[in-house]
Design a protein around this ligand. Structure first.
Ligand SMILES: NC(=O)c1ccc[n+]([C@@H]2O[C@H](COP(=O)([O-])OP(=O)(O)OC[C@H]3O[C@@H](n4cnc5c(N)ncnc54)[C@H](OP(=O)(O)O)[C@@H]3O)[C@@H](O)[C@H]2O)c1
Length: 366
């Protein structure tokens, strides 16, 4: 039963529930059952909430009864129950009033990394992340009633190529090695790590002593929607092109979109947790296995292998970068597991089947 309906039923049965009071505390929910849908549990601001990850997150939070405000650069109409407010991602403005008095900020803003790594694009990738994070920090610092918690998007790309470790261990928060200094690392791989480090530093340096800060070192977020990474990989698998790339031994870390949402909800609630968290399923897989499971999920057997050179040509044609295909990203969510988080989709073989089924249903409905 949806949580909203559970809330209504409990109230109808005379049970008193706790709900957020909008300022970080809780109050008993004594509204009568006829008060309609479950009242907002939290006021949450999502800068950069118009994108692929933001879409999944804002819909889920709005559906559970949170009051959600998205900040983005272009006015647009979002789902019922989700407010949209314009900002420029860089400078203070009236949007700061949304942050003042909110319970939480989840900042997702950043220019897409799925592009050619030209000088101009690399600069925008850096500036859009660092500037927007600083702007969020400044708004929180100025707020009369600062949010209780600030979840800041980061990336699992911050860790070194897993094959450079020698000990064959996946990276976690305790023993992981940050990237950029692996021998022979291509310059633009190093730059991606530099972006990630400065992104996190911008959050760490903000003057927000009463706000709990969490950095989400997130792996590829797999959702069934059009235009996301799962859609792109599925397209390859369905065309029979999704074989091993450059041998396919490089690991891919990933997380099901539903688990991403559940991690955010978990970290919003847990006042005892702060700092960097790896947001990835505990089952990173070699690229050839990732694609094999995906082909199975789509009922395809054949996957043509691609050499490193073919990956470079293919990446050029797709206007993306080989780093996304060739770097070995092998991270595991040590801190989340230690804190008791349970994944709904811990293994790729099952997640791929679930996502393909959801994608088929979405296509049939479209
Ligand atoms: N998708 C993944 O698998 C994944 C994994 C790890 C980390 N991440 C990170 O998570 C964040 C969201 O990912 P996504 O896939 O949802 O990205 P996306 O679809 O490209 O959306 C990016 C968001 O950032 C905003 N944005 C773009 N350029 C901006 C700029 N110059 N200044 C301010 N805002 C800007 C966009 O908002 P407007 O254009 O509406 O202003 C949009 O809402 C990104 O920072 C990404 O690097 C994503």
């Amino acid at each position: 039963m949806p949580e909203e309906a559970v809330g209504q039923q409990r109230r109808a049965e005379g049970q008193v529930e706790l709900q957020r009071d909008g300022h970080g505390g809780t109050v008993p929910d004594t509204r009568p059952p006829e008060a309609g849908p479950y009242a907002p549990r939290m006021r949450i601001v999502i800068p950069g909430g118009t994108g692929q990850v933001g879409g999944v997150l804002r819909r889920a939070l709005a559906a559970r009864g949170d009051e959600v405000t998205v900040l983005s650069r272009r006015p647009q109409r979002l789902e019922d129950g989700v407010r949209h407010v314009v900002w420029d991602g860089r400078t203070p403005g009236p949007w700061g009033a949304e942050v003042d008095g909110a319970d939480a900020v989840v900042n997702l803003a950043g220019r897409t990394v799925s592009c050619r790594y030209t000088d101009a694009n690399l600069r925008q990738m850096m500036d859009s992340r660092v500037d927007s994070t600083r702007a969020v920090g400044a708004a929180i610092a100025r707020a009369a009633r600062p949010p209780r918690v600030w979840l800041q998007m980061s990336t699992a790309t911050i860790y070194a190529d897993a094959r450079s470790r020698g000990d064959d261990l996946p990276h976690d928060e305790a023993n992981g090695v940050l990237g950029g200094e692996e021998p022979g690392v291509p310059l633009y791989w190093e730059y991606s790590v530099r972006i990630a480090r400065r992104w996190e530093r911008a959050q760490a340096e903000a003057d927000v002593p009463t706000t709990r800060r969490v950095a989400l070192r997130t792996a590829m977020v797999m959702t069934p929607d059009r235009g996301g990474v799962f859609d792109y990989l599925s397209g390859m698998a369905r065309l029979g092109l999704g074989g091993p790339v450059a041998g396919g031994g490089q690991h891919v870390s990933w997380i099901h979109g539903e688990d991403f949402v559940r991690v955010v909800e978990f970290l919003l609630e847990r006042d005892d947790l702060d700092g960097p968290f790896i947001v990835a399923a505990p089952d990173p897989v070699p690229q050839r296995e990732l694609m094999r499971s995906l082909r199975r999920a789509w009922g395809r057997r054949l996957g043509l292998p691609a050499t490193r050179l073919m990956a470079e040509v293919g990446a050029f044609a797709l206007r993306t970068d080989t780093e996304l295909l060739l770097k070995s990203r092998r991270v595991v969510p040590g801190r989340l597991l230690e804190a008791g988080f349970a994944f709904a989709h811990p293994t790729w073989a099952e997640a791929a089947v679930d996502l393909a089924a959801q994608a088929r249903r979405l296509r049939q409905r479209a």
